[in-house]
Structures are given as structure tokens and as C-alpha cells.
Design a protein. Structure first.
Length: 109
């Protein structure tokens, strides 16, 4: 058995959960926040048999598309007069960060 942890953009999360549930996979959804853009992410926990990993990864790959966004630099709390905000810049967002781990034991209580 495997545990798939997929960190996806909030924009993709609803569609991804719907696709996974339609394919009869159980999903646990955890809200999270990304560090660079300070925007919402969703972390999905998906437990599957070994043979199902490629199918789940295919669904994630199909639903979670990469796109670009304009990022405004984060302003840390500095002393007065030391605040400098650079120009906005474009970053690539979307897609997914996926971890696949072995599960030694699984119980549904």
C-alpha cells in the first residue's frame, strides 16, 4: 500500500478531489499555505494499493495544470526607512508536488 501526498493550488483542488472521488479513491483534504506567494494550497492524502499509483498520478497530472501569476514582493517587518519593495515579477504556479510513501500498516477504525 502507498500514501500519496499531493500539494496543489487551491484553484485545482476542487476539480482534483471531484476526479479522484469519481474514480473511487478516498481523499483527505488539508488546507495549507505556500511560502513564496503566501497563497492557499491544498494538501491531499490519498491511500491506494501499489498498482493504483500510476492511475492516481495520471489524474493529478491531467487536472493540475501549470500557469503564470504576477507576484508582489513580500514586505518583512523592518525598521522605519528600511522598507524596500522591488518590482512585481512573474512566477510559475500550479501543477503539483507529489510524495509517494510506503505504508507499513493501514487500519480503518
Amino acid at each position: 500500500m502507498k500514501l500519496i501526498v499531493a500539494v496543489v493550488q487551491d484553484e485545482d483542488a476542487d476539480n482534483l478531489v471531484a476526479e479522484l472521488v469519481a474514480a473511487e479513491y478516498r481523499v483527505t483534504r488539508i488546507c495549507s499555505t505556500g511560502s513564496l506567494l503566501r497563497t492557499g494550497n491544498t494538501s491531499l492524502l490519498i491511500g491506494v494499493d501499489d498498482y493504483a499509483v500510476p492511475r492516481v498520478l495520471g489524474i493529478i497530472n491531467r487536472v493540475c495544470q501549470r500557469r503564470t501569476r504576477l507576484a508582489v514582493p513580500y514586505a518583512p517587518a523592518l525598521e522605519p526607512g528600511l522598507l524596500y519593495l522591488g518590482d512585481s515579477f512573474e512566477v510559475e504556479v500550479g501543477g503539483a508536488v507529489v510524495f509517494v510513501a510506503n505504508v507499513e500498516r493501514f487500519e480503518r477504525l
